[in-house]
Design a protein around this ligand. Sequence first.
Ligand code: FAD
Ligand code: DLZ
Ligand code: SF4
Length: 510
Amino acid sequence: MPTLHVVLGDQLSHSLPLFDAVGTSDRVLLMEVAAEATHVPHHPKKLVLVFSAMRHFAAELEGRGFNVDYIELDTPASRGSFSDTLAGYLAASDADAIRVTHPSEYRVLTEIEGWSDAFGLPVDILPDPRFVVSPGEFATWAEGRKQLVMEQFYRKVRQQTGLLIDDGKPTGGKWNYDKDNRKPPRGKLDFPAPFHVAPDPVTKTCIGLVRERFANHFGDIDPFWFAVTAADAERAAEHFFEHALALFGDYQDAMLNDESFLYHSVLSQYLNLGLLDPLALCREAERRYRAGQAPLNAVEGFIRQIIGWREFVRGVYWLQMPEYSERNFLRASTPLPAAYWGGETDMACVAGAVRQTREHAYSHHIQRLMVTGNLALLLGVAPEEIHRWYLAVYADAYEWVEMPNTLGMATFADGGVIGTKPYAASGSYINKMSDYCSGCRYDVKQREGDSACPFNYLYWDFLIRHEERLGSNRRMSLIYAQLRKMDDTRRKGIERDARRFRRTLEASSG
Ligand code: FAD
Ligand code: DLZ
Ligand code: SF4
């Protein structure tokens, strides 16, 4: 009774229970398929990362003695989608059952749920234990709560894991040291570049494949330096702990035009593929704190991103899908400006964040949230368009993590599931936390007119347009009180500037 064990491209973890259940006559199948590369136009670096990591993982499985079948993209056996490719494979297979680990995306779950009928075989979907909190546990935690507050969830996970807990209390007396993590990037700072791996022959083949097949996708393929095996991803993590963790906290929110990574870990693309274990990373960070190698604000901040935010957004995704993807609380409908795909813009911060994205398939959290996210929020970009952009351009992007960050945290399309108020900001936040404004044609200090920083009037225009929906939000009462005191001339000036700016965008998108 041979069973076919299907392994998806972000399930590259030897610890998955699926591998414990593989019998000697069973087969393990990995499939490269065009649909996964093109349902959004993924960044070429991401495509190389996924294909090369899948190929290396398959070789490791063979080395462990499994019977592995690997379907490469450029072969007739790869027929477009997972389902079509599987149909072709099964026609020449004696498998009488299929086993697969629960996929990370709702879209793929729906596809897999059709396999049993399509192929007339039982399909066993195993849970994915690579998270601290399962979707069921999250649903239990969420039940009956009026508002899902990440901080409350995070404290529960800290207690559950014992991470940074001393005698049942948070280490150092506080749960959260975020206030210490907002230093602007001033003075002489020495940034360690992330760990680089030279492409091996397998990766070079994948680079050639992606260059040939997906030349029209936004993003630079060279230089390619991502790790593509768990062993190298571990080295990248070690490099981060050794060279960046100590200052990770202080400069977590800082942005620089000529520096993409600062003290960030640049590990999310490995975590999300399954090459790194999130809990092991957190335990190593804690060990470094206890050994006196990194301060508490850095280590707590790093752990909170992983067992707090990362787990929280996954919980929200599985709790709220598929309805979540339809959310558009602010009725946003503006087309995505061409600047997001590298089109001309005079906004130095947007141009800088998009350039780094094109070069590295990476930008750090504050660029995603407070530059590209903030602009999309203030302009009212249609949620589907901005969601597809974030899913396409980052090496770490999978819908389960990208969508709640985009529709919840960045654009408030979910109406307050992830955060209690929109993260809207004027130019002064970006000016405080970055060096973008000094090289910008706009003046961040000016509020009105053609030379004023667009964020300054778009911010107020956003508040004016959404007064009905947001005016009663208690966390926005101070800012709305300020708006209500604003005289008519100033309001009209804001609306005029915002209209003019939108026309400029339309012209440049045209
Ligand atoms: P670090 O700053 O070093 O943080 C450490 C780790 O914490 C990250 O590797 C990541 O695993 C985790 N983390 C931090 N913040 C978050 C968060 N908000 N949600 C989930 N995990 C978090 N992250 C993704 O992994 N995939 C995405 O597709 C993605 N899309 C995003 C879209 C928007 C609009 C925003 C605002 C954020 C998004 N994030 C996403 C979260 C965050 O920006 C990235 O995890 C982070 O920038 C990855 O870089 P890093 O590994 O250097 O992270
Ligand atoms: C991201 C991605 C890409 C580009 N290609 C493949 C592929 O060819 N085969 C595969 O198994 N997985 C790929 N992936 C990752 C999948 O999109 C990911 O596993 C699903 O989104 C899980 O729901
Ligand atoms: Fe961005 Fe405004 Fe600063 Fe220009 S002035 S870089 S648009 S925040």
